[in-house]
Design a protein around this ligand. Structure first.
Ligand SMILES: CC(C)(COP(=O)(O)OP(=O)(O)OC[C@H]1O[C@@H](n2cnc3c(N)ncnc32)[C@H](O)[C@@H]1OP(=O)(O)O)[C@@H](O)C(=O)NCCC(=O)NCCS
Length: 198
């Protein structure tokens, strides 16, 4: 039986976008030119999906998520609230792909979780099976091959931690027992090696 697509009246889907059956698009979300939403995927509220974005069947995307042009969200990828995906960044979902040995069922897909508030810079690649922690920041062009700790800024190939970012995105200055934001001055305490806003 086919399921019904539900597009909130306050959301916008450009005429060139393709929306398959059973898709749910939350209030205030916008889907731009040539994007494709696969069967049964769910887009939260106030999201923006730029041009040529692909969301695979069944994928769930939180609220207030910004996905820039040319990004594909494959099965196995989870985007929590307030995530930012920069232009042309790349998710993966098969760790050892071979054309002659197809690994194209759910059982083959490794999970990638992008937690609340995280940013992935332009052209970065996330090797599947890893988690980007809350407010983690992946620099432009980075290749992520390990989990990214909460608030960590990672750059390079393979991506390494070069510092820590505030919820607002500015650098944190580390100090005894915690950190403060060099932008908005928010204070953090260091609890067992994890930064937590006060
Ligand atoms: C990672 C990032 C947030 C760091 O910004 P920052 O805190 O201002 O860091 P700085 O520019 O002071 O750079 C610090 C060092 O890291 C290096 N660096 C910064 N970004 C880098 C990146 N993406 N890849 C590799 N090295 C990087 C710098 O060259 C510098 O190295 P140096 O000390 O040897 O000179 C930023 O560079 C970045 O990549 N932002 C993402 C931009 C983007 O993709 N936007 C998409 C939407 S438009």
């Amino acid at each position: 039986m086919s399921s019904v697509t539900a597009i909130a009246s306050s959301s916008f889907v450009h005429a060139t976008a393709v929306v398959d059956e059973g898709v749910i698009i939350g209030d205030g979300s916008r889907v731009w030119h040539f994007s494709h939403l696969g069967k049964g995927c769910r887009i939260g509220e106030r999201c923006s999906l730029g041009q040529n974005v692909y969301v695979a069947p069944g994928v769930r995307i939180g609220s207030n998520v910004k996905i820039q042009n040319n990004v594909s969200i494959y099965e196995g990828v989870e985007l929590h609230d307030d995530v930012f995906c920069g232009p042309s960044m790349v998710f993966t979902n098969v760790i050892t792909p071979r054309s002659a040995f197809p690994r194209n069922t759910s059982a083959h897909y490794a999970k990638t979780i992008v937690k609340r508030g995280a940013t992935i810079g332009a052209n970065a690649t996330i090797v599947c099976g890893h988690t980007i922690g809350e407010f983690g920041f992946v620099g432009a062009g980075a290749v992520v091959t390990h989990d990214v700790p909460p608030h960590a800024i990672v750059v390079g190939n393979p991506a390494k931690v070069i510092g820590y970012a505030c919820t607002c995105g500015a650098r944190l200055a580390l100090e005894q027992g915690g950190a403060h934001c060099t932008g908005c001055a928010k204070l953090y305490r260091n609890i067992e090696g994890r930064l937590q806003a006060k």
